[in-house]
Design a protein around this ligand. Structure first.
Ligand code: GAP
Length: 448
């Protein structure tokens, strides 16, 4: 993990949020390379789940919603984590995390049961002090809407993008009238006031979700659940390119499932911090639409086109977290190997993820004729692949290769004296480090 965090900081993928002011825990800023990587991941997701699926449509809802949304959804009442307080210095911790650090599992237990475990095992705070009893801590961030700071003005930053989809279900049915099953997809920020954000971007207070609510006939939920589970594997293993042997399904037992779920399979990944949840697939039944129907007093029924009886659809939800996917990518592909007897760090990103596809360099930067030729090649490639090519004339060629390897650039293009004679360049492959000569006229096509 430390190698990955250091790579992200040194090379400009991900920085601590507000680092210049000593940071703000649980927030992260994306640097130039990180933003490109994240954009590729999110675009690949959209392409696979929305563009290529005729029955899935996109929405983009407001982050701040009417607070009734969170009352109806159950989040005001139950979206909470178990909190304990150090009775001496009043620092607060997640009780289940303190237990997990000692190898004791507390998922799905009540606050009373967790308190009992803490007492039985004589668990102390990280500073060695006694702990309070466990109580629930609601994770939604509060804000106020409008100029008056009253209880009525309280609103929440959304803790999941899903509710912005459910609240638009009626709008989409009334405007598009899609056949069942159909899906609504959304990407966007979610916010959770995590008691103890940790493990780099894995548990953040502000993060990005990519969610689909897939509306189905109640009697077909099982079949559609299996179909979506297959698509999740296809997306992670074939589209993103994560190694299948690091991906595991975990059938979440009833007492650990979210309040809305009748069945959940978590997809777990072998991270450097251990096997942890990457994303989840949940059968949310008609829980959310029924709640909206009850609280908003508007019908959420779907009228089949064949004239049969209307009903409230059931929902299956594949829910991805962008940060956890990117952490899986970085940990799967960041490796150390040996080239010519010396160690090198290499980020073996699959090409579809690489922020930069190629760097272009003159072999020597003090030879104007090489620089001129290299600039022509750079301009030509940048036209062919806008934004995917970097110019690099820093240091010597060895240093440039090391830097390119570490940020995952698949190809380094070098212009040397032979290039002036033969109109060709050296293309070095990141993974094999092999070099080949390629005609400049064929370069763009080959790299693409
Ligand atoms: N709408 C369902 C939902 O939000 P969840 O299991 O609470 O379910 C879904 O969250 C996904 O969002 C997780 O599998 C994870 O990828 C991501 N996620 C949740 N909390 C996170 C956090 N604090 N930091 C980063 N990602 C998080």
């Amino acid at each position: 993990m430390e190698d990955i965090i250091s790579l992200c900081k040194r090379r400009g993928f991900i920085f601590q949020g507000s680092a210049v002011y000593d940071g703000l825990a649980g927030t992260w800023d994306w640097g130039p390379l990180g933003v490109e990587l994240k954009r590729r991941v999110m675009d690949l997701w959209w392409n696979f789940w929305v563009d290529k699926r005729p029955e899935v449509y996109g929405v983009d809802a407001a982050i701040i919603m009417n607070p009734k949304v969170w009352q109806a959804s159950g989040h005001v009442a139950t979206f909470a984590d178990p909190l304990v307080e150090d009775t001496v210095n009043h620092r607060r911790y997640r009780a289940d995390h303190l237990l997990k650090d000692k190898g004791i599992e507390a998922e799905g237990l009540t606050n009373e049961e967790i308190t009992k475990l803490i007492r039985e095992h004589d668990i102390k705070s990280p500073d060695g002090n006694p702990l309070s009893d466990v109580r629930s801590f609601n994770m939604m961030f509060k804000t106020t809407v409008g100029p008056v700071d009253t209880a009525e003005a309280v609103a929440y930053l959304r803790p999941e993008t899903a509710q912005g989809i459910f609240t638009n279900y009626r709008n989409v049915v009334d405007t598009l009238y899609p056949n069942l099953p159909f899906g609504l997809a959304q990407q966007g920020k979610a916010f959770r006031n995590e008691i103890s954000p940790r493990d780099f971007i894995f548990r953040s207070r502000e993060f990005e979700q990519m969610e689909i609510e897939y509306f189905v006939r109640p009697e077909e939920w099982d079949k559609e659940f299996t179909m979506l589970l297959g698509l999740i594997h296809e997306f992670l293993e074939q589209v993103i390119g994560l190694p299948a042997d690091k991906i595991h399904e975990y059938e979440v037992p009833e007492n650990d499932r979210a309040h809305y779920s009748k069945r959940t399979i978590d997809i777990e990944f072998d991270y450097p911090i251990g096997r942890e949840e990457l994303m989840g697939l949940a059968y949310r039944t008609d829980f959310d639409l029924q709640n909206i129907q009850r609280v908003a007093k508007k019908s959420m029924e779907y009228r089949p086109k064949d004239g049969s009886a209307p009903f409230v659809p059931h929902v299956i939800e594949p829910s991805f977290g962008v940060e956890r996917l990117i952490m899986a990518i970085l940990s799967a592909f960041y490796q150390t190997d040996e080239v010519g007897g010396s160690k090198r760090n290499v980020l073996r990103l699959p090409h579809q993820l690489a922020p930069v596809m190629a760097t272009v360099s003159p072999l020597l930067k003090n030879k104007p004729e090489l620089v001129k030729k290299a600039q022509e090649v750079y301009a030509m490639l940048n036209d062919a692949m806008p934004g995917r090519v970097n110019w690099d004339d820093s240091g010597n060629i060895g240093k440039r290769y090391r830097k390119a390897d570490e940020i995952g650039v698949p190809h380094c293009v070098v212009i040397d004296f032979d290039s002036l004679e033969n109109d060709d360049v050296t293309v070095r492959d990141r993974d094999t480090t092999e070099q080949q000569r390629v005609k400049i006229s064929e370069l763009a096509e080959k790299l693409k």
